[in-house]
Design a binder for this molecule. Structure first.
Ligand code: MD3
Ligand code: FE
Length: 203
């Protein structure tokens, strides 16, 4: 089922269900080369979400700021290649959301353990606001906060379950968003955590 959330934002419930095992095999392969880590914000706070990346560019944060980098600062090596199953899913979801020709060069992997949250923010470090961000939720469910163009705009709460995919394009691309603390639970494929993949055109 396709649900419009806001102009330019399309929720594709369960879109990634049929390829969930291939996606999680890809996650394991990437994390073997570029392990999850807790980044530090420019303000000096340790993020509760653990992150890694694959693709030509990866999102990083440290005391110097937020940016995309071709290398994993922890290893000094390029980020692992984007698995074919990742790219194929992201391209198909973007097409279903109305964005033909999406060619992501960055995939951020976020891991949420119970209690982990992501506070309201905008994604403004990519060079291409005309392309959408495609997000894929795997494992434990979460409540996503989807606000407006200003931090103070009222946010809608959108429950996201395993396999749900959202294409965030058009005016929604720069809206504030976040994730409420993930509740304890067990999922057959991920165990006690939620994994989120976000595909972007960053370079
Ligand atoms: C709406 N991740 O990595 S994905 C992020 O569940 C991030 O891990 C969350 O926000 C997560 O930056 C949410 C959904 C998402 C991603 C980007 C957006 C929603 C968005 C950009 C604009 C509007
Ligand atoms: Fe974000």
């Amino acid at each position: 089922a396709t649900q419009p959330l806001a102009p330019g934002a399309v929720l594709l419930r369960r879109f990634a269900r049929s390829c969930d095992e291939a996606l999680l095999a890809g996650v394991a392969q990437v994390l073997a080369q570029a392990p999850l880590r807790h980044l530090v914000t420019p303000g000096g706070f340790r993020m509760s979400v653990a992150m890694s990346n694959c693709g030509a560019l990866g999102w990083v944060s440290d005391l110097a700021g937020y940016r995309y980098d071709a290398k994993d600062p922890q290893s000094g090596h390029p980020w692992p290649a984007m698995p074919a199953a990742f790219r194929d899913l992201a391209v198909a979801a973007a097409r279903a959301g109305g964005f033909e020709g999406f060619s992501p060069d960055a995939c951020l992997i976020n891991r949420y353990e119970p209690g982990t949250r992501l506070s309201l923010h905008q994604d403004r470090d990519e060079g291409h606001y005309d392309w959408p961000i495609v997000s894929v939720s795997l494992g434990l469910p979460a409540v996503f906060l989807f606000g407006g163009p200003k931090r103070s705009d009222k946010a809608q709460r959108v429950p996201l379950a395993h396999g749900d995919v959202v294409v965030w394009g058009g005016p929604s691309r720069l809206h504030y968003h976040g994730v409420l603390p993930v509740k304890e639970g067990v999922h057959a494929l991920t165990g006690g955590c939620r994994i989120n993949l976000t595909f972007r055109k960053a370079g």
